[in-house]
Design a protein around this ligand. Structure first.
Ligand code: UDX
Length: 454
């Protein structure tokens, strides 16, 4: 770090990092947080990004932004299976990424590429241009180890479960049940297999592996990954949402009017409801959510993302809902989530348990109600409710009485008080990890050192 500062003072060219995020909100956020953190350490940053879901350059005046074409059409975005989109992007982005990087290299040196691990095509480009590459995995360490263990167990016929009931515990990977196994929700499992194999292949000969988590939260999983990927160093530098001095990375406009509404609510009374950037629901679910909130008698702030209700562009709420909740409910299209969670009025987060939302909730000491949807969310929810014990899981989808009961348990009952205490402890651990001498702080130093050694 001292070396970087000296270079800046002497006017020497500082090391130049090329950053490539995967263009989805849950992946862009941690990558831009990481880039901001590295820039605060003195690196110069070029962000190469797809046209699709491109971040807003005005939020990062000190980054150099370089767009590349991605070939995605609007119709593909609406109709295509997400796994196929990931596969497609890996194909179409390779040549433009190579060209853009070659052009950057003709202007001056590039020290290293940092890319989302799902962009496996970057290995071929980095090899051709003889550039070192570091990967960012934006999910939890437990997700990474569980998917690897499951695959091995399945391949070797060692999974002991036979009954296929959703609530059956899987003895080999406690405390997960069948229904907690990551669900990719793809119609094309073969392409998913191939995608996973390509990601794994492209991990070879990388300089390092970065994860958005912290030792106090996932020590066992992190130890296992360290062992499995050795000698490649692992840098657990999370929670990035707190570690990184942040500008907004939001792709949608965040509605700040809810902050003034929150100011008017009593401390720790509001349940914040948001299911992330990709989950979608049918009308029946929305009706149950609405009545669950209305009947709980608790103030709520509910994010209903435009387009998240199947077949409905506009939000239509059940009759009578508005009158019943006018005094204590607020609905927005998209919220400044981290700020909302940090607001003293917020006492609970009903979430889909995307990894960013889970970390953001822990970092603000806000207990959760868990309604996982897809991908890693089932597993995250199970860890929130049964390992870290900082939330309650809704086990049967969306049912108004179960919702009402979960909100009361979390916000009013004594059980909620214990959960709140545990999440506050976890928040403290997170804060220690990013302080000087903490595990994530040290990991970041290690990452900077390895880049500086190039
Ligand atoms: C996706 C996957 O669904 C998830 O399982 C995986 O872990 C990451 O990628 P997503 O649905 O985007 O995640 O959820 P999440 O990881 O929680 O990220 C959502 C981000 O959007 C958060 O950083 C959150 O702060 C932000 N957000 C959400 C807002 O800024 N405003 C909102 O109203 C809602």
């Amino acid at each position: 770090m001292e070396v970087l500062r000296d270079m800046q003072i002497q006017g020497t060219k500082v090391p130049h990092l090329v950053i490539l995020p995967l263009p989805f909100q849950g992946h862009i956020n941690p990558m831009l947080q990481l880039a901001t953190l590295l820039q605060s350490k003195g690196f110069s940053i070029t962000l190469i990004h797809t046209h699709f879901n491109s971040p807003n350059p005005s939020n990062y005046p000190n980054f150099n932004f370089e767009p590349i074409p991605d070939g995605l059409s609007d119709s593909q975005l609406w109709t295509e299976d997400p796994v196929k989109i990931l596969y497609f992007l890996n194909d179409t982005c390779q040549a433009p990424f190579h060209d853009r990087l070659s052009r950057l290299l003709s202007d001056g040196p590039v020290t290293c590429i940092i890319t989302d691990e799902i962009f496996y095509f970057t290995k071929a480009v980095a090899d051709q241009l003889k550039l070192p590459r570091i990967l960012l995995n934006t999910g939890s360490a437990t997700y990474a180890t569980t998917t690897a263990s499951l695959k091995l167990l399945q391949q070797n016929g060692l999974l002991s479960i036979t009954d296929g009931q959703p609530n059956t515990l899987i003895p080999e990977i406690p405390p997960l049940r069948i229904k907690d196994i990551p669900d990719i929700g793809t119609t094309d499992p073969d392409t998913f297999e191939q995608l996973g194999a390509n990601v794994l292949n492209a991990m070879r000969s990388t300089l390092g592996y970065i994860m958005n988590t912290f030792d106090d939260l996932e020590s066992t999983a992190l130890a296992k990954i360290r062992q499995d990927i050795h000698p490649m160093p692992l840098f657990a530098v999370g929670p990035l949402c707190k570690f990184s001095p942040g500008s907004s990375n939001s792709l949608l406009t965040q509605d700040y009017s809810c902050m003034a509404w929150l100011d008017k609510q009593a401390p720790q009374t509001v349940i914040y409801v948001s299911f992330g950037s990709t989950a979608s629901f049918d009308k029946r679910n929305v009706v149950e959510i609405a009545w669950g909130l209305a009947n709980s008698d608790q103030p709520f702030l509910w994010v209903i993302r435009r387009g998240s209700i199947h077949g409905h562009d506009q939000v239509e709420l059940p009759e009578g809902f508005e009158e019943k909740t006018r005094e204590r409910g607020q609905i927005v299209n998209w919220a400044p989530q981290q700020k909302v969670l940090a607001h003293p009025s917020v006492g609970g987060f009903w979430t889909h348990n995307g990894w960013n939302s889970t970390l953001e909730s822990i970092c603000e000491g806000v207990p959760m109600i868990c309604s996982p949807y897809l991908w890693d969310q089932n597993l995250n929810a199970r860890y929130v409710s049964h390992v870290w014990r900082v939330g309650i899981q809704l086990e049967n989808g969306f049912d108004r009485s179960e919702i009402e009961w979960a909100i009361r348990r979390l916000m009013v009952e004594i059980e909620g008080k214990d959960i709140r205490e545990r999440v506050r402890d976890l928040k403290e651990n997170a804060m220690h990890c990013i302080e000087k001498g903490g595990s994530s702080y040290e990991s970041l130093d290690g990452l900077v050192d390895i880049i500086m050694s190039l």
